[in-house]
Ligand binder design. Structure first.
Ligand code: FPP
Length: 257
């Protein structure tokens, strides 16, 4: 709001915006979302938690297409964490069925949009029916050159970092890497997000204000945007609101303006 008022009263020429007030040349490359609040959304309606997850699943297409429409290159969605196994078996089993249900409905649209689907997380820890469908979607879309839809499934950032550290130790031990060559890039290229830009913007819905073991290394200079809206109520317009807020931020990466 403040940024918009400042722009309104500034004598500087203003950048062109699209119909949503978004500056096309300054769209974040990579947006990450913690899709939170499914359970509370359901409770508010007297529904079981799984109804909230299904409603949450139905939002994934709307937001993915919104991201693609404005030219975002990578959208990373936190669908299931390495800690989510602590939930009741019934809920976990339901969540593990959602990728199949969702891909059966939406994969054709994503292919028509030239989107590439990638999974980050420990796929070997997934039930075989889940692993099979997500690997099939990755395979079918691997040559696509449009937006990368990166789904974090059985993902935990600390474990990802530990695995990278172990690889580095092994590479040093076996003479492929010298200790002096260990730098930021050496770690980044051993993470599950290797080759992708770090997220520019991270959105978390539902009023919780924490990272919950998501992209800890990658979000060193990410802009955060939080909203009280529960994920199943999160709309295209909320998403564009987050993008506009991002465009009003001054990013300095530790330097001066
Ligand atoms: C957190 O809300 C949400 C999850 C653990 C699951 C998110 C999954 C989806 C939105 C569906 C994903 C589907 C595909 C196809 C990728 P919560 O249950 O912790 O909510 P609460 O904090 O209100 O209980």
């Amino acid at each position: 709001m403040l940024q918009r008022l400042k722009r309104l009263f500034s004598s500087q020429p203003q950048p062109e915006t699209d119909g949503h007030g978004i500056v096309p040349d300054a769209v974040p490359n990579h947006v990450a979302i913690i899709m939170d609040g499914n359970g509370r959304w359901a409770r508010k309606r007297g529904l079981p938690r799984i109804a909230g997850h299904r409603a949450g699943m139905n939002k994934v297409k709307e937001i993915s297409l919104a991201a693609d429409d404005i030219g975002i290159k990578v959208l990373t969605l936190y669908a299931f964490s390495t800690e989510n196994w602590k939930r009741p078996t019934e809920e976990v089993e339901f969540l593990m069925r959602l990728p199949e249900e969702w891909l059966a409905k939406e994969l054709d649209t994503l292919i028509a949009r030239n989107c590439q689907i990638r999974i980050i997380g420990e796929t070997e820890g997934l039930p075989s029916h889940t692993a099979r469908v997500v690997q099939d979607a990755e395979e079918k879309t691997k040559a696509n050159t449009g937006m990368i839809l990166n789904i974090a499934l059985n993902y935990g950032s600390r474990r990802e970092i530990v695995a990278a550290v172990k690889q580095i130790a092994q590479d040093v031990q076996e003479g492929r890497l010298s200790v002096d060559a260990i730098d930021d890039a050496a770690i980044a290229e051993r993470l599950l997000t290797r080759g992708l830009p770090d997220p520019d913007l991270l959105i978390r819905t539902s009023g919780e204000v924490r990272l919950s073991n998501f992209l800890l290394w990658q979000s060193a200079y990410t802009e955060f945007w939080f909203t009280d809206v529960f994920w199943p109520d999160f709309s295209r317009e909320h998403f564009f609101q987050a993008i506009r807020a991002f465009q009003g931020r001054g990013r300095r990466f530790g330097g001066l303006k």
